[in-house]
Design a protein around this ligand. Structure first.
Ligand SMILES: [Zn+2]
Length: 401
């Protein structure tokens, strides 16, 4: 790659606004006592498997995680925000104090820093601990509505993996199955009315994504039945039917339907498992998160065949920038990859979101720079695509103008 194409794009990207399609941003109170230890414990660095021991064992911890992309982008973000680092056992306390001071001095610093240092304009919020909430900042965060509990729970004793249950959230006393399905239609309408801009499935953390056609009669029988009285086959038939019902509601209420693909329950989460569902609901917009990592090629295959597939890089630049670069290149080569390609930071803290935005811009400057160098793209076209991916597509698809 010529230095010129890459550096010209990196410079262009640095100033671009971003619109994130996915965050799990925590509220003001959570950020109030944020320091480096709490940040690591609530970042993807804490997901590195296996961690060598407690975070307080600083030298050992840094030695083990220091080369990971998760760590590198968090550190880069902190350097960008606070001008501190690199993080070593010797600088740890000073970095921690810089973070703590900033959050203590302003209770909304966690949002301000996203705007100022990450160039975030808007972000879509998935509050899995309070579905539909905007984390206290509705001017900045637009909620997505997480649907896991509606697919998984057929009895008041059941919850999804975040502890949510339809019976906690709504008065379902005396409702039969038909009335329940109608209620879900109203719930989606109300969520949209209240500001939700998408539906979100994180079902890949609960089960595989190979939904069969489902069966209304079985689902009606399972609704309200005690979990011990339902066979595995019937439980799946219920889940599959409800998932299809929600796909129809997403189309009826004109809301993109975001799906976690890849990782999670690993082998069941591959994007190709969703193909029959995508084919069955041509009017539903299927946003496929995380590039389906590690199966980024499968998103490419689906993108090639289905116009209702919306590829999304959320989280991927933090997991494995190399895979993200490959994904961007492949999807752009298909010709339709740029039209609906979006990204999200997928973080719990404003601090990590800033590093995530830097990671995205790194990935785009490398991938687009390579395509320019190879003669596949003009520099102006690459600049235009950068703007589409960073903010224009998300603003258009989710109505976040
Ligand atoms: Zn997420």
């Amino acid at each position: 790659m010529t230095r010129t194409a890459h550096s010209a794009l990196a410079e262009h990207l640095a100033a671009l606004p971003v619109v994130s399609t996915h965050e799990h941003h925590r509220e003001d109170a959570f950020h109030a006592d944020l320091d480096l230890d709490k940040l690591f414990a609530n970042s993807y660095v804490g997901w590195i498997n296996p961690l060598p021991g407690p975070i307080r064992d600083r030298a050992r911890f840094l030695d083990a995680v220091g080369h990971s992309a998760y760590f590198r982008w968090l550190e880069r973000g902190l350097r960008h925000i606070y001008g501190v680092g690199p993080i070593t056992p010797e600088t740890w306390d000073a970095v921690s104090e810089a973070i703590r001071q900033a959050h203590v001095s302003s209770p909304t610093w966690h949002v301000a820093l996203m705007r100022r240092f990450g160039h975030y304009r808007r972000a879509i919020q998935d509050s899995y601990w309070a579905p539909g909430s905007a984390a206290g900042h509705p001017d900045f965060f637009a909620p997505t509505f997480r649907i896991n509990c509606y697919v998984l729970c057929h009895h008041p004793l059941m919850t999804d993996h975040n502890g949510n249950s339809p019976w906690q959230r709504h008065d379902l006393a005396g409702l039969d199955f038909d009335a329940y399905l109608l209620l879900l239609d109203q719930v989606v309408a109300e969520q949209k009315q209240a500001g939700a801009v998408a539906l979100k499935s994180a079902l890949a953390y609960d089960r595989d994504l190979a939904f069969t056609s489902g069966d209304r009669e079985t689902a009606a029988r399972v609704f309200g039945a005690h979990p011990n009285a339902v066979s595995d086959a019937d439980r799946r038939a219920y889940q599959d039917f409800l998932l299809h019902h929600l796909c129809e509601l997403a189309a009826r209420h004109d809301l993109p339907f975001q799906h976690h693909t890849g990782l999670a329950k690993l082998s069941g989460s591959r994007p190709l498992n969703l193909e029959p569902t995508i084919a069955r609901h041509p009017q539903t917009r299927f946003v496929l998160f995380h590039g389906g990592f590690p199966w980024v090629h499968e998103i490419g295959g689906l993108l090639h065949h289905y116009r209702n597939v919306y590829p999304d890089l959320t989280w991927l630049p933090l997991i494995a920038p190399t895979a993200a670069i490959r994904a961007v290149r492949e999807w752009l080569e298909l010709g339709n990859g740029a039209a609906n390609l979006c990204w999200g930071g997928d973080a719990w803290t404003g601090d990590e979101s800033v590093g995530a935005a830097l990671a995205l811009k790194h990935v785009l400057s490398v991938a687009l720079g390579q395509l320019v160098e190879e003669g596949s793209l003009g520099l102006e076209e690459a600049r235009r695509i950068a703007g589409q991916v960073c903010h224009e597509n998300a603003a258009r698809i989710y109505g976040l103008g």
